[in-house]
Design a protein around this ligand. Sequence first.
Ligand code: SF4
Ligand code: SF4
Length: 332
Amino acid sequence: MQDIPELENCRLCEWQCGVNRLEGELGVCRIGRPKVASAVLHPAPPQSYTIFLSGCNFRCLGCQNWSIAHFPDTNETPRGYVEPECLGEEAYDVVNSREGKFLGADRIFFSGGSPTPSLPYVEQVVREARKIGDIKVNYDTNGFLTVDSLKRVIEFTDSITFDIKAYHDDVHRALTGAPVEPVLRNARYLAENAREKLWEFRILLIPKISVGEIKPLVDYISGIDPTLPLNFLAFRPNFVLENYKGASKELMEKAVRMAKEGGLENVDWSGRVGLPGRLSEKTSDKYENKGGEIAGGIAKEAGCVTHPRNCVACELEHECPIKNYRPAKKSI
Ligand code: SF4
Ligand code: SF4
């Protein structure tokens, strides 16, 4: 097992917990040593061998990988700790296999959960793979890294897929449990300092909740550079939002239209649309914007006790009803 001394005082993401993960102390992500949930050839662009790291530093209501993201509370990490030498070699071999070439895979794609709580391990895996030969790497992020961590990611990657869940702080907190400022700061940092590494910004569109976020996000991104790539992702009912209505084609097309009117030149949408569900009547008055009121109300209904949501300062940080929510429906 390769050493990761910085886990003794973990400050990999913007929660900056400072806990000793090697001695069993837990931060917001609640994970100790990095663990691997699964790894598969994945056809979504950029085609890749995608490694899903267990655990996440967010607690998103609509998580589509909730059983991976909420490790260790879900106890689901099928592969557990894999030696970086083994995983690096495996990833290199699969990308260069007949199946990998047939799919068009040309890189290792780190996802989760979130790969950030496992960043030093990701670096080890990349180093090991590149000892064998050249290989590209994509890093999929929710944007909630420290600037130091982001600089490290820029250093070893060829592409970065970057999710922005909301523009307004209250809406972002209601959806994820975390503040938005570091995410917007990092989006700007990446666009201004390593534009060529940005595969695309990704904005999940949830009916009603995200509608008020489209214009300010478009203005924010086009204000940095109108040529930045943006993809709107259609929300599919999942996890705490398992009964919520999926995004419609009209909503996705409207968002693309708004983005183009807002000056963005490189914008598209993707995902399954029209999935059935219902909008929520529950609202919380602890949020300023409509999307925050609705998402906050749903979080409250599911047992979240701190509003606006703020997982690092919550009395239930380690007994979180959201992390322990178990949907009746399977993920789609
Ligand atoms: S939440 Fe972030 S800072 Fe806290 S222990 Fe996890 S990775 Fe480290
Ligand atoms: S209950 Fe507390 S820790 Fe859990 S999601 Fe809500 S704010 Fe975060």
